[in-house]
Ligand binder design. Structure first.
Ligand SMILES: NC(=O)c1ccc[n+]([C@@H]2O[C@H](COP(=O)([O-])OP(=O)(O)OC[C@H]3O[C@@H](n4cnc5c(N)ncnc54)[C@H](OP(=O)(O)O)[C@@H]3O)[C@@H](O)[C@H]2O)c1
Length: 344
C-alpha cells in the first residue's frame, strides 16, 4: 500500500525540490503538506493534483501533531531551528502505535562552534565523516552549534515504533525544481546579490573558510532514496540515532568563490572591478545579519553514509558552472542591466 506522508516546507527551496522528485517517482504516494498560504496551497495542488494540503504554520501545534500521528513518513523540510514545530512532531510521534519514519532536514552550519568568534580568518583542517564522526556530531553542545536544539528533539523521538533520519545539507546551489514556491537557495545567491548591490565582491575577513556544497537535484535524490527506503520498511538505510546523512559533493573556499563571482560579473558588465574587499564581521552584518556565519565559518564534512548504504551518486553540475546563470538571475531580481545601471 502507498505510504501516507506528512510534509512541511512544500513551498520551499529544499522541500519543493525534494517533493517534486518524490511525487514524480511515486505519484501514488498519499502526501499531505502543511501550507500556511492559501495561494501557495492552490499552486501546489495545481501542479500536483494528488497532493493534499492542510492549512497551518509551524506554530499550529495540534495540526502538526495530529497529521504526524496519521502518517507513516514525516518529511520535515521547513525550518531546522523551529523548536515548537519539532516538539509538535515529537508529540505526534509519541502517539504512534504503528511504525513511522521521520526524515528531518538539519544543516551543516551545525559543525562550526560559532562562539569561538572565528570568521574567515582560517581554513579548518577538521573534516567530519558522517559515519566515523556520527557520535561527535550528534553530541555537540547546544550552546554554539546551530540547529543542535532541534536535532536533539528529533533524535530523542526514536522509539520502538519511530525511527529517524537527519539529512544535513551544506551550501545548496542550483535552481530548485519546486516551481510552486521558492526555487532560490540562500548562501551563494545572497553573496552574489550583496556583490551586485555594493558594486564590488567581498569576503569575510581573510575569506579562508571552507564549506561543502551540493546541487539541489542531487540533494533531492537523497530525499527520494530515503523516502523509498522508509516506504519499504527501512531495510537499507541507517535509521535511528546513527541515521545522520551529510549530503556533500565537493567544497569551496568562500574567498575564492567571491573572486569567481567578481570575475564573471565584471565580464558580464555588472561590476567595474573584479577586486574582492575583505570586510570585518561588523561590515558583513550590514549586508546580511548572519553573513559572518553564512560565508565566514568552516563546515567540512564527508557524506559517506548516503553513498555507502543507499548508493547515492551525486551528478549535478559543479557550483562554478552554475555561477553565470545565478549572476544573471540575481541581477534581474535587482533590476540591474549589464552596464551596472538600475532599470527604472
Ligand atoms: N538553502 C540552503 O542552502 C540550506 C542548507 C541547509 C539547511 N537549510 C535549512 O533548511 C530549512 C529550509 O530551507 P529552504 O532553503 O528550503 O528555505 P525556504 O525556501 O525559505 O523554505 C521554507 C519552507 O518552509 C515553510 N515555512 C517556513 N516557516 C514556516 C512557518 N512558520 N510556518 C509554515 N511554513 C513555514 C515555507 O513556507 P512559505 O512558502 O509559506 O514561506 C517554505 O515552504 C531552513 O531551516 C534552512 O536553514 C537550508
Amino acid at each position: 500500500m502507498a505510504p501516507k506522508i506528512f510534509a512541511t516546507g512544500a513551498s520551499g527551496y529544499i522541500g519543493g525540490a525534494a517533493l517534486d522528485a518524490i511525487i514524480n517517482a511515486h505519484p501514488d504516494y498519499d502526501i499531505t503538506a502543511l501550507v500556511r498560504s492559501p495561494q501557495k496551497a492552490a499552486a501546489l495542488v495545481a501542479k500536483y493534483p494528488n497532493l493534499k494540503t492542510v492549512n497551518g504554520d509551524l506554530d499550529s501545534g495540534s495540526v502538526i501533531e495530529s497529521e504526524t500521528e496519521k502518517a507513516d513518513i514525516i518529511l520535515h523540510f521547513a525550518d531546522c531551528d523551529h523548536v515548537p514545530a519539532a516538539k509538535s512532531i515529537s508529540a505526534g510521534l509519541k502517539k504512534k502505535t504503528t511504525p513511522a519514519f521521520i526524515i528531518h532536514t538539519s544543516g551543516s552550519a551545525i559543525l562550526p562552534d560559532i562562539t569561538k568568534g572565528e570568521f574567515g580568518q582560517q581554513a579548518d583542517e577538521k573534516i567530519y565523516d558522517d559515519i566515523e564522526s556520527v557520535k561527535e556530531i550528534t553530541s555537540f553542545p547546544i550552546d554554539g552549534h546551530l540547529h543542535r536544539d532541534v536535532d536533539t528533539i528529533i533524535l530523542e523521538a526514536n522509539s520502538d515504533n519511530v525511527r529517524t533520519a537527519i539529512v544535513c545539507p551544506p551550501t545548496i546551489y542550483g535552481v530548485g525544481a519546486g516551481t510552486a514556491g521558492n526555487t532560490r537557495s540562500a548562501q551563494v545567491p545572497g553573496l552574489t546579490k550583496g556583490t551586485l548591490k555594493r558594486g564590488e565582491a567581498f569576503q569575510v575577513t581573510a575569506g579562508k573558510s571552507i564549506w561543502n556544497n551540493v546541487h539541489i537535484d542531487d540533494l533531492s535524490q537523497l530525499y527520494l532514496l530515503l523516502t523509498e527506503d522508509a516506504a519499504a520498511g527501512g531495510k537499507k538505510a541507517t535509521w535511528g540515532t546513527e541515521g545522520y546523512y551529510f549530503a556533500e559533493n565537493g567544497e569551496h573556499v568562500w574567498g575564492e568563490l567571491a573572486k569567481k563571482i567578481a570575475e564573471k560579473a565584471k565580464v558580464k558588465g555588472y561590476l567595474k572591478t573584479n577586486d574582492v574587499a575583505s570586510l570585518s564581521v561588523d561590515d558583513i552584518k550590514e549586508i546580511h545579519p548572519f553573513g559572518a556565519v553564512l560565508w565566514g565559518t568552516n563546515s567540512r564534512g564527508k557524506a559517506s553514509r548516503a553513498r555507502k548504504v543507499l548508493g547515492w551518486a551525486p551528478k549535478g553540475a559543479p557550483l562554478e558552472e552554475t555561477l553565470d546563470a545565478l549572476i544573471d538571475s540575481e541581477a534581474k531580481l535587482l533590476g540591474l542591466e549589464p552596464s551596472g545601471q538600475t532599470v527604472v
